[in-house]
Design a protein around this ligand. Structure first.
Ligand code: ADE
Length: 247
């Protein structure tokens, strides 16, 4: 049967989503645990992705080919690149680019060779639904907790736009500045979304990538990342997914 796949980047996030679901069947395969069952009455399959583009591509392929996933939603954290994209904000990818793809001079920079494209669009319908759920959750400040407030997380905003993916944790000002110069529309950088996008494009499956900003991809990114995951990321994505499926 057709199922919604929820792909989490982090164990903390998956645990928070699993806690909302009832009894789930666990299918172990390829070093992953695929949790099948229902969430808010919807057939779902929940899985921890692993980190990086290959992990994301493998996960997306297995979800579609073995677990009947007919739409995929990725939830995780990202480094903020765009001006005003702050820690605690949410970003819905309208399109994704692999920022480390470079087959010049054979193909233009960022173009995935022989596909004729560099930008892979997410599903507008899923994005509209997720945007509504995200706003509902972000507008509930209690949700963010004391620890988030102590970290200086202000009322978070939702952004829509370009998200970059590559097999690098971007952790210097120089590197994030270079990404902003090369791809000025970029709102955030992470390590999986564009790979999932390419697989879903090949398979003709709708997908969305929803990220909360854990750091600014700068010299303190590694510290902010660690603190943020504990404080905010897990609860935020679980609440958004739950609100979305309930609607
Ligand atoms: N995910 C969260 N923060 C990130 C960063 N700075 N670079 C890459 N992926 C990330």
């Amino acid at each position: 049967i057709a199922r919604t796949a929820i792909v989490s980047a982090m164990q903390e996030e998956l645990a928070a989503v699993l806690a909302l679901a009832g009894d789930l069947e666990v299918h172990e395969h390829a070093g992953r645990r695929f949790h099948r069952g229902e969430l808010q009455g919807e057939p779902v399959v929940l899985v921890l992705c692993g980190i990086g583009k290959v992990a994301a591509a493998t996960t997306a392929t297995l979800l579609a080919e073995r677990h009947g996933a007919d739409r995929l939603v990725f939830t995780g954290v990202a480094g903020g690149l765009g001006e005003g994209v702050c820690i605690g904000d949410a970003v819905l990818a309208t399109e994704l680019v692999q920022h480390d793809m470079d087959a010049r001079p054979l193909f233009p920079r960022y173009e995935v060779p022989l596909t004729g494209r560099s930008h892979f669009p997410a599903c507008a319908t899923l994005n509209a639904e997720l945007a509504q759920a995200t706003r509902t959750v972000l507008d509930r400040p209690a949700h963010w907790g004391d620890e988030a407030i102590a970290l200086g997380v202000r009322t978070p905003r939702l952004h829509h736009g370009l998200v970059l993916s590559g097999d690098r944790f971007v952790s210097t000002r120089e590197e994030s500045a270079a990404l902003r110069t090369a791809l000025p529309a970029a709102l955030a950088v992470e390590m999986e979304g564009a790979a999932l996008a390419q697989v879903c494009h090949d398979l003709g499956l709708p997908f969305a990538v929803l990220r909360t900003i854990s750091d600014r991809a700068d010299d303190t990114a590694h510290l902010d990342f660690g603190r943020f995951i504990q404080a905010v990321a897990a609860q935020a994505s679980a609440a958004i997914i739950d609100t979305w499926l309930k609607a």
